[in-house]
Design a protein around this ligand. Structure first.
Ligand SMILES: Nc1ncnc2c1ncn2[C@@H]1O[C@H](COP(=O)(O)OP(=O)(O)OP(=O)(O)O)[C@@H](O)[C@H]1O
Ligand SMILES: [Mg+2]
Length: 338
């Protein structure tokens, strides 16, 4: 079991606000899009943290901040105690080796003019210390084999592969520098349902083989269910509930998590009658102008006056063992059928 000593990534009060401007030539600041607005979590060696939430809640922005592809407005992202968010130059380059990303869309994330060998071996161009030039072809072939592709296909182009195979190419590239952490931003949502399970199984196998830690981003809770050790539920730039897999799926305490879970299809039709369905009404408010107090209150059936005045902190609530950001957090046992 992972212990506290195994923490390899620490995210603290992470904020990313994108300036909102008006005017074409003279850009006037008229506010900010609060894409990520105070996020805290740890990641341990070899574990998977699922990150779930509706479109626009800040998942990809969070991923980019972890990879230092975006600079935070404030807060820190420490990898083995060193802040990647403020690192520059050689230190940043060294830290980036350890945290890699698999992107959502294998159709647009691979350069169509590059061969598979060039794509998978590209990280070696930047980090030449990992693989000397004469050794690269062999390394790339080995990586292709590891992800279940034919090493003989090293000179082919992305269009000669199916969607699932392309995602394997993206995964091979992510593994090239032997990172400890891989951020998977919706890695299967662009793929056919029949292919999704194969790619999920591959990620699962690679995790065990290389003791990888994953941040696994998805829209809905059913996708991350089998791969996650812990799950963070995001709403409008914040984590609203964070807990071990069993806690989130069987005893969720935040109304938003409860609503998301009630939307997960039940395989056995007989089970549907026993389930309470929670239908969320209203749209997600704009991240440029989130509601005061609790951001979820405008769609919440439990909301009281305090919810518009006082922001609920992400903390362990009475009767439950994991943190939840709701003034009225209450354990809600979910009966899973089948
Ligand atoms: N570069 C940017 N400039 C301005 N606003 C941005 C930028 N990137 C993201 N945003 C905004 O920040 C918010 C969060 O976007 P983000 O892409 O992180 O959401 P997401 O949870 O990944 O959504 P999806 O599930 O659709 O991928 C959105 O309102 C988005 O429009
Ligand atoms: Mg996204």
């Amino acid at each position: 079991m992972a212990s506290q000593d195994d923490v390899i990534l620490e995210v603290r009060d992470l904020v990313k606000h994108f300036p909102l401007t008006q005017g074409i030539v003279l850009k006037r600041s008229i506010g900010a899009i609060k894409a990520v607005d105070g996020v805290d979590f740890d990641l341990r060696r070899g574990e998977t943290l699922g990150v779930v939430g509706e479109s626009g809640c800040g998942k990809s922005t969070l991923a980019k901040l972890l990879m230092a592809l975006e600079r935070p407005t404030s807060g820190s992202v420490r990898v083995h105690g060193e802040d990647i968010a403020s690192a520059r130059g050689a230190a940043l380059k060294r830290m980036r080796r350890n945290i890699q990303m698999v992107f959502q869309d294998p159709y647009t994330s691979l350069d169509p003019r590059m061969t598979v060998g060039d794509i998978v071996g590209e990280p070696f161009e930047i980090h030449s210390e990992v693989a000397p030039k004469g050794d690269r072809r062999r390394r790339v072939q080995e990586l292709l084999e590891v992800v279940g592709l034919d090493p003989e296909h090293i000179n082919r182009y992305p269009h000669q592969f199916s969607g699932g195979q392309r995602q394997r190419i993206g995964i091979a590239r992510g593994l090239a520098l032997q990172p400890e952490i891989i951020v998977c931003d919706e890695p299967v949502s662009a793929l056919d349902v029949s292919i999704q399970a194969q790619v999920m199984n591959l990620l699962d196998r690679l995790q065990k083989e290389f003791n990888l830690a994953y941040i696994f981003i998805a829209h809905d809770l059913s996708v991350v269910r089998h791969i996650s050790d812990r799950v963070a539920v995001m709403y409008l730039g914040k984590i609203v509930e964070l807990g071990a897999d069993a806690e989130i799926y069987d005893h969720p305490t935040h109304p938003y998590t409860q609503a998301l879970l009630s939307a997960v299809p039940v395989p056995d039709p007989r089970g549907r009658e026993n389930r309470e369905r929670i239908i969320l009404t209203g749209d997600v408010p704009s991240p440029a102008n989130p509601p005061s107090g609790c951001r979820f209150r405008t769609r919440c059936w439990k909301a009281q006056e305090i919810c518009s005045v006082e922001e609920p902190l992400l903390q362990v609530r009475e009767g439950s063992g994991h943190p939840s950001a709701c003034h009225f957090a209450e354990v809600h046992d979910v009966v899973h059928v089948a």
